[in-house]
Design a binder for this molecule. Sequence first.
Ligand SMILES: *Cc1c(COP(=O)(O)O)cnc(C)c1O
Length: 452
Amino acid sequence: MSDRRRELPSVDRLLREPEVAALLEAAPRAAVVAAVRESLAAARTRRAGPPEDWAADIGERLAERRRPTLRPVLNATGVVLHTNLGRAPLADAAVDAITAIARGYSNLEFDLDTGARGRRSDHCRELLCRVTGAEDALVVNNAAGALVLALNALAAGREVLISRGELIEIGGSFRIPDIMGRSGARLHEVGTTNRTHLDDYRRALDAETGGILTVHRSNFEQRGFVASAEPADLAALAQEAGVPYLYDVGSGLLADLSAWGLTSEPRVVDALAAGAGLVVFSGDKLLGGPQAGCLVGPRELVARCRENPFARAVRADKLTLAGLAATLALYDDPAAAISSIPVLRMLTIDAAELARRAERLAARCPAELEPRTEPGESAVGGGSFPGALLPTTLVSLAPGALGADGLALRLRLGEPSVVTRVAGGRVVLDPRTLPDHAEDEIAAALAQALQA
Ligand SMILES: *Cc1c(COP(=O)(O)O)cnc(C)c1O
């Protein structure tokens, strides 16, 4: 061991240094002591030995230890529904509702009229029925949970018919065949990967059949020699056979985005209008609310889900219900929904506005990054509108000696954290998913990244 390392100060001596002692005013003693020990341990193993400035090193380690692991990021990728970045940002009304409920007690399961026990499942029920036209509704923790619940409640121990073209994977851990296996329902595959006809379902129907399921291919497209049965025909076939027809539409699109050319996602209302029994969808995709799984449909089918013991295992919490209800209420005015629900607003920003934002942002970026604007495309993401690419204007930056990956890394680790795209050796920012007027924050993050 070198002399310099043997001469390391003790924990107590460091804690008595005025600048280290000052840290105790803003942080608990245990946290400061832990940072001191960490700093000493690093000095012991580091070839360069002790830091030049103990207090600064300890202060940085303390700040890093106290930084939450879950933190806000600025999404400059242009991917509107980025599952890894938490999917839908919430509307102000939803955030306010969540805050109001989070701070205190609420009537979550309490009937204020009678003073007796109430039902958690009543909270979003009327709103969901109103916006979808369904007879009854239930909210659970997420759509994967909703699907397992529905299959278990309606078809456990029996076979559920599904097209071979719909045995899909959504994100690493959600695969339709695996989910169905766990639900207690047995998978009965019909048709082929590219083509499944109504007759394939009809021929597979027998005494074992407990339901028919359609799963929307939400994160990929099939083109070429393809065919699938229409939901309306499957609904009629299921009715004929006396079994429920389940339709997992995935993204929970309630708004009509056809004016923006976004027509390839099934809307919840259309699925119900086609005669689907139970429709399953997510709360935090195109609906634009918090993570949730919604089940809507006829009273009898929803009641069977509500009363199933598994419903308790996947129940929604009060913050979800508060945020979802406030989001759903915005749909009473369709135009207001599009302007106040962030996901819908970001999908429908017009090209000229994006170009203006890109110009504003480029003008604020450090000159050494040689900022320039260029036409590009944003993706919807999150298993919605897989083929759709929305025209945007990008800001692209020359990363210099750091390299594009190096600059992108520094931006991710900065405060605030900025997540970008890297393309053609440049760091690329898409204003579509950035908060309006985020230019100053981004400019500061870039300046910080260049210094670090
Ligand atoms: C996203 C998706 C799911 C899973 O939804 P979560 O809310 O993430 O559980 C299920 N089915 C389809 C078709 C989807 O697109």
